[in-house]
Design a protein around this ligand. Sequence first.
Ligand code: GLY
Length: 348
Amino acid sequence: MTDIKIKTASSESVVHCGAGAFEKYAKKHKGRVFIVTDKNVYSLYGNLMRETFGSEAVIKVLPAGEKSKNSRNLLSIIGAMAEAGVKRNGLVIAFGGGVVGDIAGLSASLYMRGVRLVQIPTTLLSQVDSSVGGKTAVDFGKIKNLIGTFYQPEEVIADPMFLDTLPKRELNCGLGEIIKYGALDGEIYEKLCKNKDRLYDCGFLGGITADCIRHKADVVRRDEHDLNGIRKTLNLGHTTGHAFELYYGRRPHGEYVLIGMYYELYIAKRKGVCGGEYSDNLISLIKKIVKVPAYADIENSAVLAKHDKKNSDENISLVVPQSEGKSAEIFIGLDEYIRLLNECGRSL
Ligand code: GLY
């Protein structure tokens, strides 16, 4: 088990990762809790929640899926917290994947101007990325994560015991984020290349998860509020991925990150930012996990990248891989962006 501390100007958070992390937390835990989870996670772990946190725990169960990350559910969680009598020193536990973590974190940050928060991520994606670093949000209108806060959990419990029940497609989503870290961090890249035939192996996943959390912790320590360009690197692949996700829907978010990375890698190659064996290796890792589609309606989907909070009206900003352990930000006009995405689609 590894403990990774994230000390920022205003908070201190500890990520406990590895086998046994949940059992250890369960033993030391005291007091009444308000748990946010979803239907799928509740059906698997509802009994464990009751055994661990006692019958006085209040459990709010959301429908499963990305669509639950909305303002209506946010207010209904806050209403349920008030009804349950959660006090200023109350504890909210986000028990689930990325959607649960984001909406429960936002609820905890808003309720009575902030109550204590613990994240217990149950998917690979939320363990390697979204439960760490304090970003919370719900989507609004066509814009992903429009309503949100930075709010650090006091602890994150990332235990691989929860990964055993995940379908392959769910693991793929986490692998999308892991490959993103590979494109940002030379050591993670080397490990991915050496273990490209063991990507689904539990032992491998446990080790690489801790490496990704370490990378993210370092980024969050240096740029908690996404202000000086360091944290922005974690959006690699996300601009195009989010645009396709908004337009096409249906696939899980993590697959869109991989697809976005593939298309953005193509743009980086065409712009001369990245190339050679390095980009070939990243492409082959992506292709091991997802079949990248050749989208027919690039024009109408790509235009949604303009709604991304990070982009101005004229230019799309993309964080792309450059060389081992190094990324670059490129700014590209919408017409050129659409043209290159179309070219990439035709090359598939
Ligand atoms: N997932 C990107 C970030 O936490 O900044």
